[in-house]
Design a protein around this ligand. Structure first.
Ligand code: HEC
Ligand code: HEC
Ligand code: HEC
Ligand code: HEC
Ligand code: HEC
Ligand code: HEC
Length: 278
């Protein structure tokens, strides 16, 4: 938790707000189409953070589906799902259907009623069988008491931070050990050599450089989650990304603010900033 006094903290955050406004105005001058975004929106409670609702089902189907990142990321790396299985990094962009699941793609890549994890068979998705109970575990909107996992119980022993679980610490201390390889889905091959950590130098001298750890990020993301889609430039420093683009969900904001720690935790990247802003 913050160590500075309340008063000082308030002044600092006011100062910070002015700075953002100024930077925002400069930015808006050059980019009028973009709405006035000064600070990231407050995220939902941690239990709802990174939740994807699939709601393209017809009225006759078994109803909308909930997918929670807090549960799945504790068990698997981001890379396994977003590279090996190929889920889009955007909600409702993959085109998941009962058929693709049934054929062993998408959710069905794991939820096939055969794969075993921690000594348990992973329940099947969208099968023809009369497994109504397991249908509801995913098609859970409008049902009650069918989910076996809830956030509070599941994360009760995980280290916590300013906002929900501190995932890095959970991984470092092996409280969780996310799987990075799934038989029959992941490819073996020479993994790319890890890259050096570096600092991002913001365009403004009043913002301290931001430390970026290739090593820590690669544990979760591999290389392919960031290159070439999110960070196409092979040469560091070729593209200038700003806080405003982050808040819009680009660059660092492609993950931070949606699934990885929210952007409201300024201190995570700007150690001199106030810890939390909204
Ligand atoms: C078990 C599989 C799985 C794991 C593990 C996983 N994701 Fe996802 N992720 C998904 C699915 C499924 C979607 C939704 C895709 C869709 O709707 O087309 C998604 C969506 C996203 C989105 C878009 C969210 C939005 O609101 O638009 C981001 C960003 C994302 N994931 C990042 C991550 C990061 C970062 C990690 C690791 C910390 C991670 N994911 C781990 C399956 C996974
Ligand atoms: C990489 C493997 C993997 C993928 C892909 C995956 N899951 Fe899971 N999921 C699991 C595992 C393992 C569990 C824990 C199962 C258990 O303990 O019974 C789980 C649990 C769940 C639960 C919790 C059910 C409960 O009773 O609380 C839901 C809901 C769920 N998955 C939905 C989905 C949806 C929807 C998709 C596709 C969008 C998906 N999963 C894709 C591995 C996966
Ligand atoms: C692991 C999670 C999971 C489980 C378990 C699951 N489904 Fe699905 N199902 C999905 C997802 C994701 C979709 C796509 C939903 C969307 O985009 O709205 C879907 C879609 C469907 C659709 C298409 C709905 C429509 O009207 O277009 C049907 C039908 C369906 N599921 C039937 C079932 C049945 C029956 C079961 C139980 C035997 C089941 N599902 C279990 C994840 C699951
Ligand atoms: C996930 C990391 C991350 C978090 C969290 C984060 N920032 Fe940033 N921020 C950056 C990066 C990277 C840049 C540098 C962009 C550049 O100039 O290339 C930056 C730049 C800035 C700048 C300089 C103006 C600009 O657009 O370059 C300001 C002001 C700023 N951040 C404020 C904040 C505030 C306030 C918060 C908390 C609400 C915050 N940041 C949270 C990564 C982050
Ligand atoms: C979380 C995102 C992320 C992951 C994961 C990631 N990188 Fe990067 N990488 C970056 C960013 C940000 C830059 C700087 C790009 C810029 O300034 O435009 C960068 C730059 C680079 C560069 C250019 C470096 C330089 O000094 O000019 C190379 C090469 C590279 N990455 C390779 C890799 C490899 C190999 C992996 C996997 C081991 C990897 N990256 C994983 C975000 C990532
Ligand atoms: C592909 C998704 C992704 C992108 C893009 C991304 N991150 Fe992260 N980042 C993560 C995940 C996952 C973690 C693990 C902890 C968590 O979930 O919050 C993490 C952790 C961090 C941490 C804490 C660990 C450490 O290194 O000390 C910092 C700081 C950070 N990211 C900064 C950045 C900055 C700055 C950028 C943009 C240059 C960026 N991230 C882009 C996914 C991403």
């Amino acid at each position: 938790m913050p160590t500075y006094s309340k008063r000082k903290g308030t002044r600092r955050s006011e100062h910070w707000r002015h700075i953002i406004k100024l930077a925002g105005e400069l930015y808006l001058l050059g980019n009028l189409a973009v709405a006035q975004i000064y600070l990231p929106k407050a995220p939902p409670p941690p239990a709802d953070y990174g939740r994807i609702v699939f709601n393209s089902t017809s009225k006759t189907g078994p109803g909308p589906v909930i997918f929670d990142h807090w549960l799945h990321r504790a068990k698997f790396t981001c890379r396994v799902c977003h590279v090996d299985i190929g889920f889009a990094m955007q909600a409702n962009a993959t085109g998941i259907t009962a058929t693709t699941n049934h054929e062993g793609y998408h959710c069905g890549a794991c939820h096939d009623g055969k794969r075993v994890l921690d000594g348990k068979v992973i329940f099947a998705s969208c099968s023809d069988g009369p497994e109504e109970k397991s249908c509801d575990r995913c098609h859970s909107i409008g049902t009650s008491n069918v989910r076996q996992y809830d956030y509070d119980t599941f994360t009760s022993k995980f280290p916590k931070g300013v906002y929900g679980v501190n995932w890095e610490l959970a991984e470092q201390t092996h409280v969780i050990q996310p799987i990075d390889f799934i038989d029959g889905l992941s490819m073996t091959g020479a993994s790319l050599k890890n890259r050096k950590d570096f600092v991002v130098k913001p365009a403004y001298s009043w913002v301290h450089p931001i430390a970026f750890s290739h090593e820590k990020h690669t544990i979760w993301n591999g290389c392919e989650l960031c290159h070439p889609d999110i960070f196409p430039a092979a040469q560091k420093g070729t593209v200038h990304y700003s806080m405003f683009l982050n808040i819009e969900g680009r660059y660092c904001g492609a993950c931070h603010g949606k699934v990885a720690s929210p952007l409201n935790n300024c201190q995570k990247c700007h150690p001199n900033a106030p810890p939390w802003a909204q």
